[in-house]
Design a protein around this ligand. Structure first.
Ligand SMILES: NC(=O)c1ccc[n+]([C@@H]2O[C@H](COP(=O)([O-])OP(=O)(O)OC[C@H]3O[C@@H](n4cnc5c(N)ncnc54)[C@H](OP(=O)(O)O)[C@@H]3O)[C@@H](O)[C@H]2O)c1
Length: 347
């Protein structure tokens, strides 16, 4: 049956300089083949749209190879197995893996591990929760905070990108661990939400005018910042560095404010880095994939919090493969409210 299906795909046409536009992409169609022995065919349901996608478009050395010209754009997603010649996957299974920005993914047996194809249980969380708190952003927040940050009850945790995918997990988890949590986000609506709905102690609107972050940190972190979970880099990172407490930990998770720089990332470094010396503090990067073996532990803990109501998971769903170029750019304009998910097909 799969040979009669047509696959719509989004491929990288040209590397962007600065913000990617429709010109950087091309839309292709091809017929879907049948899985060979050991392989599976997955129908894409929803894709994760991630800031990191912008980095994968640069021809630069990073933790993962760039997407090649003409290659289907890389994307993690949730799909349904619609044909299988592999005993580990049955038709009807819901799976997570690197499916790409396309409607169907034919995965040969020797690529299953590379694509990270795993079954997921929709009784534990919805499709979009599996792309958020229970998925890659949740794992990033969990291991970044717990392993790199090592929070102790009573400490002050600041997280930027607070209303986004990683930020919402970090802040809620830090509260559960007994920390005082201050978010940084763009606009009153996002700040209100993280305080009123997620229970953060405070949130600083970095768009509220020059000096808003500096003044906000002074007001809400009178004893300094013990842990800064940095999702944005740039001037906000500098402002937080200037308020570190003794033995602070700065988790470098991402620098979205720099990703669209025309001469590619990372842009200029922080100016206030000598605060690390003065405060005997440390700054450490995290790459979520390093923790893949331990995802089940984090998923079990986070799923428990979702179930008992101590944690919420907010997703922002956009629809249609053809909207991919503009939908991706929402991340860099702060137009997403919660984890940005592209619904490709209804379940
Ligand atoms: N290291 C890893 O393994 C790993 C894994 C996943 C994600 N990450 C990183 O984690 C960060 C957050 O990712 P996410 O998926 O959770 O995205 P997200 O926070 O859901 O969405 C991105 C948000 O970034 C904020 N933003 C955009 N431009 C900004 C700017 N110039 N200054 C300040 N904030 C800006 C916007 O929120 P506002 O409206 O608040 O501005 C936007 O909604 C990214 O840097 C990403 O690359 C790292």
């Amino acid at each position: 049956m799969s040979s009669s299906l047509t696959n719509h795909q989004v491929r990288l046409a040209k590397r962007p300089e600065g913000t990617a536009t429709r010109e950087n992409w091309k839309f292709t169609t091809e017929l879907v083949g049948e899985p060979a022995e050991g392989g599976v065919l997955v129908k894409t349901l929803s894709l994760s749209l991630d800031p990191a996608m912008r980095g994968w478009l640069n021809d630069a050395k990073s933790y993962i190879a760039p997407v090649a010209i003409d290659e289907v754009m890389r994307a993690g997603g949730v799909g349904r197995v619609i044909a299988s010649k592999n005993p580990q996957f049955a038709v009807g299974d819901t799976v997570y893996g690197t499916l790409g920005v396309q409607e169907y993914m034919l995965i040969p047996e020797d690529q299953l591990k590379r694509n990270g194809l795993v079954k997921i249980d929709l009784r534990v969380g919805t499709i979009t929760q599996w792309l958020n708190v229970l998925g890659m952003p949740g794992m990033t927040g969990y291991f970044g905070l717990m392993d790199v940050g090592q929070p102790k009850a009573g400490e002050t945790v600041v997280v930027s990108g607070a209303a986004g995918a990683v930020g919402q997990t970090v802040g809620q988890l830090a509260r559960i661990k007994g920390c005082r949590v201050v978010g940084i986000a763009g606009g009153a609506a996002k700040c209100d939400w993280v305080v009123k709905e997620l229970g953060f102690d405070a949130c600083i609107d970095y768009k509220a005018g020059a000096g808003a972050v500096r003044e906000g940190l002074k007001a809400h972190c009178p004893k300094g910042v013990d842990i800064y979970f940095d999702n944005v880099g740039g001037e906000i990172l500098d402002a937080v560095l200037a308020r570190l407490a003794r033995k602070a930990r700065v988790i470098i998770c991402g620098a979205i404010s720099q990703y669209n720089n025309a001469n590619s990332m990372p842009g200029a470094g922080p100016k206030n880095y000598l605060s690390l010396l003065v405060n005997r503090a440390r700054m450490e990067g995290i790459v979520v994939f390093d923790y893949a073996d331990r995802y089940p532990i984090a998923i079990a803990e986070l799923a428990g919090y979702l179930k008992d109501g101590r944690m919420k998971s907010k997703e922002d769903i956009v629809k249609g493969l053809d909207t991919f170029p503009e939908s991706l750019n929402k991340l860099f304009a702060g137009e997403n409210f919660g984890k940005l998910v592209l619904e490709v097909a209804q379940d």
